[in-house]
Unconditional design. Sequence first.
Length: 445
Amino acid sequence: MKEQDYINKLDTLEPAVIVKGILLQETTFAKLKNSGCFDHTKQTAVRKLLKVEDDKCFSAAENLDNFKDYLSLFPEGIHAKDVEKKIQQMEEEESVNLKKREAGDRMIREIKDDINKFTIEEVKDNLSNEDLEKLCFELGIDVDVVNNYVEPDLKFNDTPEKASDIPKGYTDVFFWGIPSSGKTCALSAILSTIKKDFTMEAPDCTPKFGSVYRTNLVNIFREDIGYLPARTNIDRTQYMPFLFYKRGEKGKRKISFFELSGEVFKYFYQVVNNTKITTEEDQENTQKSFDLLQLLLKSKNRKIHYFFIDYNKETQGTLDNNLTQDDYLNAAQVYFKDNDGIFKNNTDAVNVIITKSDEIEGDAQEKLVRAQMFLQSKFGNFMEILKSQCETNSVDLEIKLFSVGDVYFKRICKINRDFSTSIIKDLLERVPVNSKGMFRKIFNS
C-alpha cells in the first residue's frame, strides 16, 4: 500500500498490518501519528509490536550493513543512539583495516622484490596470519620458523686486562669490522661449523675467557636454520681462546678468536680527525676494547687478521653516523701507519672478507674478480695501504668471499657452511699443531 492508504484506513487496519507497513518502509509511525487519525489505543499496540521488532532487529545485527539497516527502520528506535555510536566505531575500524590491508599488500609486493626489506617483527605486525602463511608458502619458507622466532641472547664474558692474562702459545685471530659489518654472524657460522664438522675443546688456560659467548654463538646454528642476533646498542669486544683439531687428528691447535668491537673504528676516526662521534658511555666501552687490542697486538702470540667489509651496505649506500665503511677503514689505516703498523709483530696472514657475497653476480671465479674490482673501486686507498704494509712485513694478503647463507626477514638464516669451512681449512693450515702436547703423550706412552 501507499502511505496515504495507511492513513485513510487507520481505523480498520490491525496493529500487526501497520507494523508490517512501517517495517517495509511504506510509512512511518511519526507520519501516521501526525495524521490525526491514529487512535491512541492502537498507537500503544503498534508501539509494543515495534519494540519487539526493534529488539529483534538489534539483536540480530552483526555487521555494519545490519546496523545501518536497523537505523533506517528505527531512526528513533530504542537502540538508535547506541547503533549510531556503533556505526561510527565500525566505520573507523573499517577505515583502519582498509589502510592496514593496503599496507600489507604493499609490504607483500616489496618482500617479493627483496626478502630482507623488513624484519620479522615488522612482517608479523603488519600482515595477518593468513597473509603471512600464504606469503611463506609462496616463498618456500616454513611459517612456523617465522612465528617461533626468538632473538638469540648473547651473554658476554670478562676479557683480559693485562698482558699476563693472555694465554701463551695461542694464535690470535682478529675479526675486524665496522658496526653491523656482519662479523658476528660470520663468527657464529664459523664456530658452529667447527663444532659440527671438527672438534672443539675448552682452552688449557684459566680463566676460560669468552666461553659463554662462544657457546651462544655456536648455538645460533645448532640446526641448519638459525636466528640471527640483532645489532646491540654498542658492540662488545670478546676474546675466545679454545682448542680445535680435525676428527682423528692427534695434535691440537691453540687458537683464540678476538671479535673486535666495531665501535673501535669510531675511536680511530675520532683520533685521526680530532673530532667526537661517540657518547661518554660509548667512549668508556670503546677504550676498554682498544686497551685489549693493544695488549694482543703487542703479545708474542702468532696473529691472523680478518677485515670484514659488507658488500650490501656499500652497494646500497648505507651510512653510519653519516660515514661510510671507507671513512672508517681509512681512519684505521692512518692510525695503524702513524703507530708503526699492526702487522710487523708475528703476523702470518691478513684477509679481506667480503660479506653478503651471494649478492655478487656470476660463478665463484667471476664473483672473486668482481669483488676485487669492488674493493679497488670503493676502497682503493685502504687496499693500497694494506697491501703496502703486508709487503713491508712479508705478510700474506688474500681477498675472500663470505656468505652466512640465505637470509629471510633479516633474522632467519639457512646456513651455507661452505664459506665457513674454507676459512676453517685455511686456519688448519696456518695454525700449527701443539707439538708440545704430542711429545708429552709420546713420552708418557
